[in-house]
Design a binder for this molecule. Structure first.
Ligand code: FIX
Ligand code: ZN
Length: 428
């Protein structure tokens, strides 16, 4: 429920009023969720929702294997319903669901007014079966307070691409991000696909290849009306030195001579999600990725070397967070965002959010959902709102004790900044 801008200007709040005012404004401020794996309903079955999708979310799949110890291929041979049954039994009935991903499922159910207390999965399934997807979408966006989401979109996704090529009506609450992992992380498999689509690229780094890659990027930026371009990068990611030969050479040239110029031409941020180790345990499939500490110095070098590019960065290792805050203090063309993936746990979110507010003030986007299942917006944001309210209340109380009593209007403005306002200014 947006807050009327004409909220009466009041004098500074008394310290005892701060907590309730912050809680209320954090609860009511609409959210711009800048990184998700959700899809506009126009993409059909790609938009996941409902209790079984929640239970087979790869976070819970990984945790489930620690208990049921089934051989992975037996698990993957099960139907989605059977997998969900096993995860429910293992992580909810045999053991209390205290992990963040399990608690998340319960928060979603609770936010939808469902009673998990009976621990009756068939009854829960029956409830979801009554929903129509479009109505459920409106309900989740309304209850979660999310007003816009940015998807993760790939022309290399065989289910997604034909829908983009067909065009057609879209839900304007869903924006696109053009994901470049196939180009920047597996060029040798991207080349035949690009050639099939009429782009004259080769495995080499010729001028032709670079120009044709830019033409591909331009075409998809326009087709998707992309809000930003993005890639996930390993902990070993180093500064793209064009003089260096070897396996990363092509990525360096593509990044420096195709992606960054195209981003600059369209005034779009380049999002780097740094620190993922893909498939350390391939048998877990999507749940098989891990993390590693990366070198934030790479971000520093890129921001310095490409001052006319905008970099949107999140790092996966807790140990990299403080350095990222300091680097962001040095470069206004860097916008730090989110408590990504393995960081999205209350103990770490609180630590990271505190150090960001203390070092970057309100020029940061402290959270994104990374939701893969529509219902997850309910828990990812409810859990974060609680932490942000606590941290912000403390910060405003500190100001009051220093003789600066914030007004309700100022708190509203600050929370809007953190929930997408700072990011919108960064986009301009
Ligand atoms: O690269 C990414 O966008 C990651 O967020 C995903 O690959 C990951 O599976 C995820 O959803 C984490 O939350
Ligand atoms: Zn993601």
């Amino acid at each position: 429920m947006p807050i009327p801008a004409s909220a009466p200007k009041t004098l500074g709040l008394k310290e005892e009023k701060i907590a309730s005012t912050v809680r209320d404004l954090v609860a009511r401020t609409p959210i711009y969720d800048i990184h998700t794996h959700l899809y506009d309903p126009a993409f059909g079955a790609l938009l996941l929702w409902g209790i079984d999708e929640l239970l087979v979310y790869h976070y819970l799949v990984a945790e489930g294997f620690r208990h049921h110890r089934l051989p992975p291929d037996r698990f993957w041979a099960m139907s989605k319903t059977e997998q969900a049954d096993l995860i429910w039994q293992t992580l909810f009935l045999d053991h209390s669901p205290i992990s963040e991903s399990c608690r998340g499922v319960l928060t979603c159910l609770h936010a939808l007014g469902l009673d998990a207390q009976k621990r009756d999965l068939p009854a829960l399934r029956k409830h979801f079966s009554k929903w129509k997807r479009e109505r459920f979408l409106d309900k989740v966006l309304e209850v979660s307070g999310v007003e816009r989401v940015i998807m993760t979109n790939s022309p290399f996704d065989d289910l997604e691409r034909p829908i983009w090529m067909r065009g057609g009506k879209r839900d304007e609450r869903f924006e696109a991000a053009l994901r470049l992992d196939p180009i920047l992380m597996s060029w040798e498999t991207a080349v035949p696909r690009l050639r099939e689509w009429g782009f004259d690229v080769g495995l080499d780094c010729s001028r032709r290849t670079l120009d044709e890659t830019r033409r591909f990027l331009h075409e998809w930026i326009v087709r998707m009306n992309a809000t930003y371009l993005a890639v996930s990068l390993p902990p070993s990611f180093t500064f793209p030195d064009l003089k260096v030969a070897g396996p990363d050479a092509i990525r360096n040239h593509l990044l420096v001579e195709a992606v960054l110029p195209e981003c600059q031409e369209h005034n779009l941020p380049f999002a780097m999600m740094i620190g993922v180790k893909k498939l350390v345990n391939p048998s877990l499939r999507l749940a098989g990725d891990s993390l590693g500490r990366a070198d934030p110095g790479v971000v520093e070098q890129l921001c310095a070397a490409y001052p006319n590019n905008k970099f949107l960065v999140t790092m996966l290792s807790r140990e990299n967070q403080h350095e990222m805050c300091v680097i962001a203090r040095k470069f206004a063309n860097l916008h730090v965002f989110g408590c990504w993936w393995f960081l999205n746990n209350p103990s770490i979110i609180e630590e990271i959010t505190r150090e960001r507010l203390e070092l970057l003030g309100l020029s940061v986007t402290p959270q994104h959902s990374d939701a893969r299942v529509l219902d997850q917006l309910l828990y990812k944001w409810e859990h974060f709102r609680g932490i942000l309210s606590r941290v912000l209340t403390e910060k405003y109380a500190d100001l009051a004790r220093a003789g600066w009593a914030v007004t309700e209007e100022e708190i509203r403005r600050d929370v809007q900044d953190l929930f997408g306002g700072a990011f919108r200014r960064f986009l301009k």
